[in-house]
Design a protein. Structure first.
Length: 155
């Protein structure tokens, strides 16, 4: 039986939403986020990713494999330091897909609240969908650890 148009559309979308509470200032947390998206990026298994982020409108986010080789992940669509960075692109997926990542940071009692949204449209295999949650959980735990560690050194 063929899927209906509605079923097909539902299978082509992905939404992940997370809130990350960080015991560090807005500025320290934002810088830790940029570091983790860029040069400090690693996998849940601890493998360095050699990522670069150009933190300005239109800036690239990509994996640099050296000698002009790599993998384009997206462009910075919007940035308002230290409260917002939004990225759009295929991320790590090499098939017809587009993603939008939003990191919205705000002050809260005792630190910073990061509201994260990953919305995607395209052909995303189920194993990738399942792995994304693990990957984002790792990324956000590292941002929190990095920011809180810097905050302790400053305080």
């Amino acid at each position: 039986m063929s899927p209906t148009a509605t079923e097909g559309i539902e299978n082509l979308t992905l939404t992940i939403t997370q809130e990350i509470h960080v015991r560090a200032s807005l500025e320290v947390t934002f810088e830790a986020l940029l570091e983790q998206l860029g040069p400090e990026n690693d996998t849940p298994e601890g493998k360095k990713m050699s990522m670069k982020i150009e933190p300005w409108p239109g800036g690239r986010w990509y994996r640099d494999l050296g000698d002009g080789n790599g993998h384009f992940w997206g462009h910075v669509q919007a940035i308002k330091r230290p409260a917002l960075i939004e990225i759009t692109g295929p991320l790590f997926m090499s098939y017809p897909v587009v993603s939008n990542l939003q990191y919205r940071l705000s002050e809260e009692d005792g630190g910073t609240l990061i509201k994260f949204h990953h919305m995607a449209l395209g052909f995303i295999p189920d194993d990738h969908k399942q792995g994304m949650q693990k990957g984002w959980n790792h990324m956000h735990a590292r941002v929190r650890e990095r920011a809180e560690s810097k905050s302790k050194k400053l305080g």
